[in-house]
Design a protein. Structure first.
Length: 156
């Protein structure tokens, strides 16, 4: 029994030492994201559930200098589904439904990378985002809308 107690005590001491080292080194260096120039945010919004699936979190479209990128926030979440894509659509968020987001002029950004957390999608350099009114999470295979957010360009 003495041997087992020593092993547990050793594990606690090692864990405590790791925590102390992490706390001491936490502010010592800046990450590449902290050093990089901040991107200009040209649009942003929050997702609302659509079609019975829960979708939440926010997005922003940034001009990073070399092109536009769409960024889903760390708080982004959506229900599981097959063939989920991020889509820019000329359909407004309020009227968006299963049948009207993939209309002429809609632009499929990419397949959803993950059902939750921060994600970044590069947009084509020649893509004009002015005609789009919503950012949606959409199951293309079954034509089912999961969530939508308004796309309103930020004023300069």
């Amino acid at each position: 029994m003495k041997h087992r107690s020593s092993g547990i005590l050793f594990s606690i001491l090692v864990y405590g030492a790791c925590l102390a080292l992490a706390a001491c080194g936490g502010g010592a260096s800046a990450s590449a994201d902290e050093i990089a120039e901040p991107a200009d945010i040209i649009a942003s919004g929050s997702f609302t559930d659509k079609g019975g699936q829960e979708t939440s979190g926010a997005y922003r479209i940034e001009d990073a200098g070399e092109g536009l990128r769409l960024v889903l926030s760390e708080t982004f979440r959506t229900d599981w589904g097959p063939d989920l894509h991020v889509v820019l659509t000329p359909t407004g968020m309020a009227e968006a439904d299963n049948d009207n987001v993939m209309v002429t002029g809609a632009h499929v950004v990419d397949e959803l990378q993950s059902r939750s957390g921060a994600q970044t999608y590069d947009l084509e350099t020649d893509l004009d985002i002015r005609p789009f009114r919503s950012v949606v999470i959409h199951c293309i295979r079954f034509t089912h809308l999961y969530g939508a957010a308004p796309l309103v360009l930020d004023e300069e």
